[in-house]
Design a protein around this ligand. Sequence first.
Ligand code: AMP
Length: 213
Amino acid sequence: MYLVLLGPPGAGKGTQAKRLAKNVGLPHISTGDILRENVKSGTELGQQAKGIMDQGGLVPDGLVAKMLAERFNNPDIKKGFILDGYPRTLAQAKTLDEILGKKSLAVDLVVYLDTSDEVIIKRLSGRLVCSKCGANFHITNMPPKVSGVCDSCRGSLYQRTDDNEITVRKRLEVYKQEVASLIEYYDQAKKLRRLDADLEAGIVLEQIKKLMH
Ligand code: AMP
């Protein structure tokens, strides 16, 4: 199953993708995570992307497409993937079809995690991320058992630099400019399913699993 999770920043794409990946045994591919790894290790791509990411803008299409095509060369995607953070524009959706098409693969299902602005701001302003395994927590909604420490791998938790109010607003604005055409594209292809992602994470996870069957 080649699944794309679509939705605004804070919709829970990362949280759901990580849980699903464990549940169904498919790789979780997050363009944001790969970019952050590049920033952390100081690669040329990371240096080009850092300033843009800190301001909530989109990293140029060519750079992200190349990065993704390289990731898709990993044989772990043979049975499918859970893609999170890509595509973000209509052009990226078409690029995704092209990259997969060259491998005789195609997106099977796109789940749109519909989320209200109010919930997004609350989720992102309290989000904590594990520096080691990338697991997500929330200061009040999903607190770790021990403050500042990841439940799964004991790594230390941090707040993403782009999870501040000014950058979140910019990310939302960028998202809203692009999402309508993406929804239309996948709707026409009869691949889009919508879910209310304001609901609690466990409920949303069960609903995504149902859609996958
Ligand atoms: P995310 O972890 O998905 O919230 O992404 C964090 C940041 O990485 C975004 O605000 C963008 O700057 C960048 N990014 C992630 N995915 C993409 C993409 N598909 N196209 C362009 N920029 C991206």
